[in-house]
Design a protein around this ligand. Structure first.
Ligand SMILES: *[C@@H]1O[C@H](CO)[C@@H](O)[C@H](O)[C@H]1NC(C)=O
Ligand SMILES: *[C@@H]1O[C@H](CO)[C@@H](O)[C@H](O)[C@H]1NC(C)=O
Ligand SMILES: *[C@@H]1O[C@H](CO)[C@@H](O)[C@H](O)[C@H]1NC(C)=O
Length: 120
């Protein structure tokens, strides 16, 4: 219980919720609101490679397209087992109409993320 409380406080301080369980590296930025919709959903899969860190960016919207006002970005770790990678927003994001999400593997591990971007 103490750990849970400490974690909730930490998550609040960081302003986003990183679920630190041993099993999954899910990342939840922002929150859904009424009438928002899924504006992009994409899977990012990278195989593991000995001693290497692989990274990749997901960009929204596609070049030349208009973006919706982003309400939430949910990144689900489908690898599990504590082997999943890391996700961070490096451009735009919640309350803006564009974003870049940086995905990175742990050294020597792969990644299998499902990224969902909601906007209105
Ligand atoms: C969603 O984003 C991905 C990665 O940027 C892109 O490849 C895909 O075409 C996008 N899908 C739609 C429907 O915009
Ligand atoms: C974001 O919104 C601004 C202001 O409404 C607009 O000028 C710009 O073209 C939009 N960008 C995208 C990527 O939709
Ligand atoms: C998105 O919505 C938020 C909250 O209504 C607003 O503060 C922000 O200016 C909006 N951003 C854009 C790019 O329209």
């Amino acid at each position: 219980m103490k750990f849970t409380t400490a974690f909730v406080v930490l998550a609040a301080v960081l302003g986003s919720c990183y679920l630190v369980t041993a099993q999954t590296h899910n990342y939840f930025f922002g929150a859904r609101v009424p009438y928002d919709t899924l504006v992009n959903q994409t899977s990012v899969i990278q195989t593991s490679s000995f001693l290497r860190v692989k990274s990749l960016n997901v960009e929204y919207p596609l070049k030349g397209q208009r973006g919706r006002n982003i309400t939430a970005i949910y990144v689900y770790d489908r690898l599990g087992g504590g082997r999943g990678g890391f996700a961070s927003i490096t451009k735009g994001g919640i309350g803006q109409n564009f974003t870049r999400i940086h995905l990175k593997t742990q050294r020597g591990n792969g990644m299998n993320f499902q990224v969902e971007i909601y906007g209105r």
